[in-house]
Design a protein around this ligand. Structure first.
Ligand SMILES: [Zn+2]
Length: 344
């Protein structure tokens, strides 16, 4: 993988992460994807419910790769008498690892307000119960950085129930190549897919199968991959975070190939083809069964599409928290996709 494409991959990852995109608030990231893909010379399509698909060219046996660009987040559920906000989680947001994160509240008329997720009465020197268990229903709240002391004050800002609460991702790359940020699930894989599209366009390379990308926008709430698949598509491959943790072989520096997760078994032959592609490319890969995981392509099958399905992605530790992957994990994922679609 040429350095200019590694540079693009990290740059576009940072730009994807800068755009708040909790499931349900994906207009801005849609515009970004359309502009980026059009800039490469492609003609992307949008889905009514939200989502971007694009045909990258090639002939025969159409295959579609999914990356999801929606993230966890929150919606304003209650405006408290103090003026602080209780939130309803969007996707599997965890109160324990979101406490103390900076957030932006986005209103329906587009105003943005800063705040912080804090336990209520958060001063250790004041509250003897400050270490009680956390949950979003009772004690974790958004403290707005505004001059508010009542619900009326907060409502006067234009904040209403259902407004989006978006967490700061805190992206950084360390000297050893680790990438730390929220929402690497699944913007890391989406950056890999955009880089592959850019490579094909700039190098004028045609993949050996008709290749499509789908950037889905409802994965975190479970129905991203249910729509937007043209009838011609034979295989769907989710490029989504690989699990890293106790009992699994994958690290952040590897690409994970998943033969089974808690949602079910992936297609036997397609998974073998992905393993063969990893071997051919010399990619550092791990085969792992994910204990608590479901993917967009399983949703595709449940929606009734007759396709083969597979799942690969860069190893991501501390998933749904402050996540960590590594540049090598992204490169290894790219290598598998490249090897699968292009004969060198
Ligand atoms: Zn994901």
């Amino acid at each position: 993988m040429e350095q200019k494409y590694v540079d693009y991959m990290l740059d576009v990852l940072e730009r994807l992460l800068e755009i708040p995109s909790p499931s349900g608030y994906t207009g801005r990231i849609t515009e970004f994807l359309l502009k980026e893909l059009r800039g490469m010379g492609y003609e992307p399509n949008t889905l009514r419910k939200g989502g971007v698909t694009v045909d990258l060219g090639g002939e025969g046996s159409p295959v579609m790769f999914f990356g999801h660009v929606d993230t966890l987040g929150g919606a304003v559920a209650t405006i408290k008498s103090s003026g602080a906000l209780m939130l309803s989680n969007i996707g599997g947001l965890n109160p324990n690892n979101t406490e103390t994160e900076n957030v932006i509240v986005i209103t329906r008329d587009g105003q943005e307000y800063e705040g912080t997720l804090q336990v209520a009465n958060a001063s250790t020197h004041v509250n003897p119960n400050v270490n009680n268990p956390r949950n979003f229903r009772d004690n974790v709240e958004v403290l707005l950085d505004e001059f508010v002391t009542s619900a009326a004050d907060t409502e006067a800002l234009g904040i209403q129930h259902g407004d989006f609460i978006c967490l700061e991702p805190r992206f950084r790359i360390t000297s050893k190549g680790y990438i730390k940020s929220r929402f690497l699930d699944d913007k890391a894989s989406s950056a890999v897919l955009l880089t592959f599209a850019k490579y094909l366009a700039e190098e004028k390379v045609t993949p050996k199968r008709n290749t499509w990308l789908s950037f889905t926008m409802f994965e975190e709430i479970g129905h991203g991959g249910a729509t937007g698949i043209p009838d011609i598509i034979e295989d769907v491959i989710a490029v989504d975070m690989g699990c890293v943790g106790q009992g699994l072989k994958c690290t952040e520096r590897m690409v994970s190939i998943c033969p089974k997760d808690s949602g079910g078994i992936y297609h036997y032959d397609l998974t073998n083809e992905l393993i063969a592609a990893a071997k051919k490319a010399g990619a550092d890969y791990a085969l792992d069964v994910y204990p608590m995981y479901g993917s967009d392509v399983e949703v595709t099958l449940r929606a009734g599409f007759d396709v083969r399905h597979g799942l690969i992605g860069p190893g991501v530790y501390a998933s749904h928290g402050y996540e960590r992957t590594h540049i090598d994990g992204l490169k290894n994922t790219y290598k598998v996709i490249h090897s699968y679609l292009i004969d060198d």
